[in-house]
Design a protein around this ligand. Structure first.
Ligand code: OOG
Ligand code: MG
Length: 276
């Protein structure tokens, strides 16, 4: 039996790893009995520590919603995580490499929620609750050594959430067909991942529905204004200082992010405190 204090301790451990940019052994090595319910509790408590530092919840993300991602990570079940304002980077902005352990990028579709969404909605109900749809690059950064984890580990680690960039163009849901929307992610001009929105559970709206159902089981729901990332359509790519990442989509906007280091920056916890 894992005690409540122990869950607090594990939440502090994953949060410290993220905050101080240090890789961590998998929690399930020490706690092989960790259940998915425990893992979501650790996730929530690690988020509480971010809120205490002044971060604000602005949305949710789904992960492992495509076969490509499941195969890449060796984990077969969709999961969700929380997005805070500190994770959002401007389109065309810069990712500060020192603030991440081993960042990877992936092409995504994002929904902007217009109306409260709870329970187990139909596709039509889910679409009616969506105000806007846009393209996104998600930056994931597992806090675990070698980017390796089990299902419970990755849930406890807030589904590797660490950054995201939305396109400037936000389409009305009626103006875009999401069943087979092409996406090309380039690094330094070279096409590295080519995919389709169909790879996301057949249609990204299914990912939104699944998120609402998973939240409902924990007595939660989506609120107006929240951003939802539906999960990557393709495998993720590691990025390195100097890289320029672009995402082009058919009908949704384009997204761009560059990766830099800051010469001479000495990383200590104060710097991370100021700049995360
Ligand atoms: C887990 C998060 C997966 C996605 O879009 O599938 C995810 C990971 O791969 O580290 O964000
Ligand atoms: Mg993702």
């Amino acid at each position: 039996m894992i005690s409540d204090d122990r869950l607090d301790q594990l939440a502090a451990r994953v949060d410290d790893a993220a905050h101080h940019v240090r890789a961590l052994p998998q929690l399930t090595r020490e706690e092989p009995e960790l259940t998915l319910a425990h893992a979501y509790t650790i996730q929530e408590r690690s988020l509480a520590r971010r809120y205490a530092r002044g971060e604000r919840l602005i949305g949710m993300k789904m992960g492992l919603t495509s076969r490509a991602k499941m195969d890449q990570m060796g984990v077969r079940d969709p999961i969700f995580g929380h997005l805070t304002d500190a994770m959002q980077l401007p389109n065309g902005g810069t990712l500060r490499f020192e603030h991440y352990i081993h960042p990877r990028v992936e092409p995504e579709i994002a929904f902007i929620i217009g109306r409260e969404l709870r329970g187990s909605p139909t596709a039509a109900e889910a679409l009616r609750a969506v105000d806007g749809v846009c393209a996104a690059i998600e930056v994931i950064d597992s806090r675990y050594e070698n980017f390796k984890f089990s299902l419970a580990d990755v849930i406890a680690d807030n589904a590797s959430s660490s950054g995201f960039v939305l396109s400037d163009v936000i389409c009305a849901p009626g103006d875009v067909t999401l069943d087979n929307l092409g996406m090309v992610m380039r690094i330094n001009g070279e096409a590295r991942q080519i995919g389709s929105s169909a790879a996301i559970l057949g249609h990204p709206i299914r990912s939104l529905i699944m998120l609402v159902e998973l939240l409902d089981r924990r007595g939660q729901h989506l609120k107006p204004g929240q951003i939802v990332l539906a999960g990557a359509a393709t495998a993720a790519e590691y990025v390195h200082p100097g890289d320029l990442i672009t995402l082009e989509t058919d009908g949704l906007g384009d997204v761009e992010l560059s990766v830099h280091t800051t010469q001479g920056l000495v990383l200590d916890s104060n710097v991370v405190d100021e700049e995360q």
